[in-house]
Design a protein around this ligand. Structure first.
Ligand code: SF4
Length: 254
């Protein structure tokens, strides 16, 4: 799974940007989930729900529009993420956590200093003058900037498990995360990293669950690995050009 955190102070445009990025990734066929930080407790329309939550600690609320499962406890991100079952996690907030890359949403120079923890892949802002002054790389409400931002996020998104075991050779996940952001390492350096492949058909990313991803990967790699002309399959980009016959198209449509 890949992840990006959109961080910034109040009114910096982080919700606007997180929503635009999440929608753009969905349009590219990723299964996207948003994980949002809030300093306030959620207020429920039905006060009975709060009573159950306070007294019992675990409540599921099912309405015609949505389903909420609530626990009267703060969970760690790594415990919540598997429940979301997503290919791409867009995190809004959590600026103090340091095991995924970040986009800094800025309003001024001072905020840049406060946010900069070596995990930023770019900065973004709402005000064009910030870009003119060289403070932000991209503008949140510019469509052309959005497509560049989404491409960068696709290339550079990652999520380390925050186990801080040191088995990758780095002291903790933060040190490896910084090296990945500097393009000196790959997320695969983490011993808990899962192998994965991305499949694109006519430029469109095909969403695969972990089981199918591993199945396709072992199938493709077992065909290619014995070939002598291939130096390495690490970070390999494999192109397959296919022109389906009428019979195959008919079979699929049936
Ligand atoms: S191997 Fe490195 S990145 Fe992975 S959990 Fe351990 S310290 Fe973190």
């Amino acid at each position: 799974m890949k992840a990006i955190a959109i961080v910034g102070f109040k009114k910096s445009g982080k919700t606007t940007l997180a929503l635009k990025i999440a929608k753009a990734l969905i349009n590219k066929n990723y299964r996207v989930a948003v994980l949002k930080h809030s300093s306030k407790a959620v207020e429920h329309e039905l006060s009975d729900t709060d009573k159950f939550l306070k007294e019992v600690g675990r409540v599921a609320l099912i309405t015609p529009e949505s389903t909420e499962i609530m626990f009267q406890a703060q969970w760690d991100l790594k415990d919540v993420v598997p429940l979301l079952s997503a290919d791409f996690l867009v995190i809004e907030g959590f600026k103090s956590l340091k095991y995924f890359p970040k986009v800094y949403c800025l309003k001024d120079e001072k905020e840049k200093e406060l946010l900069d923890d070596g995990l930023g892949i770019f900065s973004a802002g709402l005000d064009a003058s910030l870009q003119e002054e060289g403070l932000v790389d991209y503008l949140i409400n510019e469509e052309k900037d959005l497509s560049v931002m989404v491409e960068l996020i696709e290339q550079k998104g990652f999520f380390l498990p925050n186990k801080n075991c040191g088995k990758c050779g780095y002291e903790n996940c933060y040190e490896l995360a910084r090296a990945i952001v500097r393009d000196e390492e790959s997320p695969k350096k983490c011993i808990y990293a899962q192998d994965y492949i991305d499949i694109k058909v006519n430029g469109k990313t095909i969403s695969l669950n972990p089981f199918m991803s591993q199945l396709y990967q072992s199938l493709i790699y077992s065909i290619l690995a014995p070939l002598k002309d291939i130096d390495s399959l690490e970070q390999a980009v494999i192109e397959i050009k296919a022109d389906a016959t009428d019979a195959l198209i008919k079979k699929r449509d049936n």
